[in-house]
Design a protein around this ligand. Sequence first.
Ligand SMILES: Nc1ncnc2c1ncn2[C@@H]1O[C@H](COP(=O)(O)OP(=O)(O)OP(=O)(O)O)[C@@H](O)[C@H]1O
Length: 591
Amino acid sequence: MNFNSKRFSLAAGALILLAVLPMLPVPPFWITLLNNIGIASLVAIGLVLLTGVGGLTSFGQAAFCGFGAYTTAVLTTAYGISPWLTLPLSLAMGALIALPLGLITVRLSGHFLPLGTLAWGIAIYYLLGQIDMLGRHDGIAGIPPLSIGDHRFMSGSSIYYVIWTFVILTAIAAQNLLDSRVGRAIRALRGGGQAPEAFGVNVVRAKLTVFVLAGVTAALAGWLYAHMQRAINPTPFGINMGIEYLLMAVVGGAGYVWGAIFGASIVLVLKEVLQRYLPDLIGSTANFEMIVFGILLVLILQFARDGLWAFILRLFPLASARKISADAPLLEKRPTAPQGSSLIKVEKARKTFGGLVAVNDVSFEVTAGQIVGLIGPNGAGKSTTFDLITGMNSLTSGTVSFAGKQLSGRSPRDIAGQGIARTFQHPKILPDMTVLENVALGAHQRGHSGVAKSILRLERGEEASLLAEAATQLERVGLGEFKDRPAGDLALGQIRILEIARALALDPAVLLLDEPAAGLRLGEKKELATLLRKLRSEGMSILLVEHDMSFVMGLVDHLVVLDFGTLIAEGSPADVRKNPAVIAAYLGGVA
Ligand SMILES: Nc1ncnc2c1ncn2[C@@H]1O[C@H](COP(=O)(O)OP(=O)(O)OP(=O)(O)O)[C@@H](O)[C@H]1O
């Protein structure tokens, strides 16, 4: 385990307290509250994955509790099916509804996504209240309690153990998931945009995965709620509860699984206290706790964005570094292209934006073992050409091929899979993840384990290989000593190198570097040039866009010069330096 001893003793203490609590002379009211906290924690854990980690805000999770609760309520009361048999069915119902809803919702961007979840959160609540079979607004009563043999979990203190067993198992499962290849892909969603696709992550699939998982944990909460209350109606599955669940995840710390339990505890205890004392204090029985919650949410977003769990973690910092297994099996490598063979071939590539011709029938080639520089003044079309090669932009006409295979029309993820890895002009790292994890993300496509294996920790062998590969690439670029640091701690020069290591983790045939020297100091530029030469000597082919002429001239084998979208010269740096068109257009006094 990754815990240091302080954290371990804290966790063990909390677990023992949780286990003995119902045996102590605690008022039943507190046990009921703890049961409610447990059930809410399950929804909040799903929201931590969805919102905190994946960056997809949902107000509609209470509706999924409703699907879980109503599924078991109908099946147990109308058809007499055992609650244990309805458990997988309730979870499947959560997944089944999350899938199409997710397919529509996760494609929404910006504020449309939370608005979308708000819309279905409200719609589903009203729908539940209109269906005769579900008892309309009166709901369904007479739901049987859970039982094992002759023992029926009727009392609050007996179902307490069932609820908290599920909570702890779900939290461990979520933690396992986050600490895996699939978890890294989900965490990469926060980076936003197409960047994760460029290092091989299927963004839509990662979003759907986390959406379905959040739906399933909420359905589990609903199933437990139905058998605890033994009567349900639509009220607890409405939008008010949806907002409250989101508040729990945010208060606890949207990115922390155990923070979900902490957040659920704080919100529900506070709600209880407010409901009890607020009416006496202000002389009215209206729902003023919602106002207090609103203020609390604003304060937390303002002053403690990482939530309150982050404060607790700071009191018990982790000391351990990530262990890299020396005997982890090596990942499969792609065969190296023969020196001098054609890799990237751009033929009559054209890109227009309205009336503007950004890339004007440009043709050039990158052959194996070369460093090719793509240069030109501002607005010459360099980045657009880069995007045409990597699939970030589509060609208006012309073709791009890689080792004889057409790339036109393929997705950035597919193109990465062919062996073309890229870095970005504005680095796209995940600052909260360690340097090692950022690099391991680059090896995403070289692993295959899915959600189930990750949750059950059956992918440890593959994970060890992925991390060992990331560590090897970090050593290769000279960042080995930083592997356990948060990537956000690195200086710009190191971040650019980190992006190169992440690209190398894909085991690429060609590296595409977008202005790798931009913003670097002279010493850093020299180190970068040394690294790129070393990579070339190891057989790596590189295409780079660069502004810094002295950096490019001393480094590349071949130069391609663009001006106003048109190729005006190409050849060796010495030839290009003498070319009058280039001198006029770009190099000027530098040449
Ligand atoms: N998405 C877009 N929509 C409209 N015009 C665009 C778009 N992307 C680029 N352009 C235009 O295409 C031309 C080429 O831009 P591009 O970014 O490829 O040039 P560049 O050589 O990379 O410049 P820089 O060195 O400043 O990054 C510019 O005139 C730019 O304004």
